[in-house]
Design a binder for this molecule. Structure first.
Ligand code: DOR
Ligand code: ZN
Ligand code: ZN
Length: 424
């Protein structure tokens, strides 16, 4: 027996109306203007009371951890954090312990991910010598693999790919299997130089130590190589205005890029207040960079928003600057912060849906997800825009209960989430 739920009085990104869900799919979307067609019988009616209903976020940039780092986060706690933040699909990054760089570790991760409540896929990790292993995985069943990740610099338990020839080989392999290559594009050699130049190692100098020059040069290199090879390239967490200039120059149907909520809305001066909680790679930059990133969101140069959810323990983050790991949780803050900002900046919510759902579904091959449409999976988030609420990190579902956004007032509260038609 199939079950039908009618969501009535929904406010969409554009227009108002109702959604009929049957089991895991949307079977009808009615706008007020159009006459309801088949909506006659259902098991349950939920009055959405004119709250905003958009597709759940598909977050292509999540560090779930688990396995040997299950003290930082697990698939269970990441799923709860995702629901609290309006995220219904996550793609997990490979810099786990063990790292997702061969079939054995991939299978270990597949086992851990069975605890997930959200939809998910994995990114494989490239190293300078695992091409064979990647090939082995990709030539068999790879429907749960979204992309191949390259770290061009050390950041958090990851192997660095520095050799240009290796990058070329990885790009060619990805092209062969039509997989996207995701790049953390800071250049290690450049970072090492700046470590020598900047003597004072402190959080206020994080942006100098991991100098913008290194992100710009790395982004330029991968754009040039991908342009020659013709593989799909996804540049993670763009942080500088210069990279936006480069991407505009090279952009074509195979070149994509991502921004995080923190690189859009925070600048380095906040580090005086939040210390290592705001330590992240690439670092927080300047208000001028924020501004240019916003322009790139509006003009379509940026394709996706990713949270870069990167949980660590409070103990680790409380160490001195050099020892504290980079990254902070983002699953619970991304949608509330973005919706608040989009409304304040009067950017249509339709644009947000494109960045958080439609484009990531397209780029990473999630069939019938990322839009509110008949025949699509019922992955939905209901958002209350009437109430203001502060972000309170100690109340996070994530195990990582800290955030540089702690205390910020959001005007978008996640009310309900549906994943494959199931209400959470
Ligand atoms: O700040 C970061 N944290 N940047 C990365 O590239 C890795 C991430 C992590 O895994 O903690
Ligand atoms: Zn990264
Ligand atoms: Zn990351």
């Amino acid at each position: 027996m199939s079950s039908r739920i009618l969501l009535k009085n929904c406010r969409f990104a554009e227009g108002q109306g109702s959604i009929l869900i049957e089991d895991d799919k949307i079977i009808e979307v009615c706008y007020k203007e159009t006459k309801a067609r088949n909506v006659i019988d259902f098991d349950q009616v939920i009055d959405i009371k004119n709250k905003l209903v958009i597709p759940g976020m598909i977050d292509a940039h999540v560090h779930v951890r688990d396995m040997e780092q299950n003290n930082k986060e697990t698939w269970k706690t990441a799923s709860m954090a995702a629901f609290a933040g309006g995220v219904t699909t996550i793609i997990d990054m490979p810099n786990t312990i063990p790292a997702t760089t061969n079939l054995k570790s991939l299978n270990t991760k597949r086992e851990a991910a069975k605890k997930a409540k959200v939809n998910y896929k994995f990114h494989l990790g490239a190293t300078e010598n695992n091409l064979q292993e990647l090939n082995e995985i990709l030539k068999n069943n790879h429907s749960d693999i979204a992309g191949i990740k390259i770290f061009m610099a050390g950041s958090s338990s990851n192997e660095v790919v520095a050799d240009e020839n290796k990058i070329i080989e990885i790009f060619k392999l990805a092209k062969q299997y039509d997989k996207v290559v995701l790049v953390h594009s800071e250049l290690q050699e450049c970072l090492d130089n700046w470590q020598i130049i900047i003597e004072d190692k402190c959080i206020q100098n994080h942006d100098q130590l991991r100098n913008r020059e290194c992100a710009i040069k790395g982004t330029e290199l991968v754009l040039r190589l991908a342009n020659e090879i013709g593989n799909k390239l996804y540049i993670c967490h763009i942080s500088t205005k210069e990279e936006i200039g480069l991407i505009s120059k090279y952009k074509n149907k195979n070149i994509f890029c991502e921004v995080t909520p923190h690189h859009l809305t925070l600048e380095k001066s906040i580090l005086d207040l939040v210390g290592n909680y705001g330590k992240v790679n690439p670092p927080l930059r300047t208000s001028e960079d924020n501004q240019v990133l916003w322009e790139a969101v509006v003009d379509g140069t940026i394709d996706c928003v990713g949270s870069d959810h990167a949980p660590h323990t409070i103990d680790e983050k409380s160490a001195n600057y050099n020892d504290a790991p980079s990254g902070f949780p983002g699953l619970e803050t991304t949608m509330p912060i973005l919706i608040t900002e989009f409304n304040e900046r009067k950017i249509p919510i339709k644009k947000l849906v494109e960045l958080t759902s439609t484009k990531p579904a397209e780029i990473f091959d999630f069939e019938n997800r990322g839009e509110i449409k008949e025949g699509y999976f019922a992955d939905l988030v209901v958002i209350d825009l009437e109430n203001e609420f502060p972000i309170v990190a100690v109340l996070f579902q994530s195990k990582a209960k800290y955030s540089p956004f702690d205390g910020k007032i959001a005007k978008a509260q996640i009310d309900t989430v549906f994943v494959n038609g199931k209400k959470y």
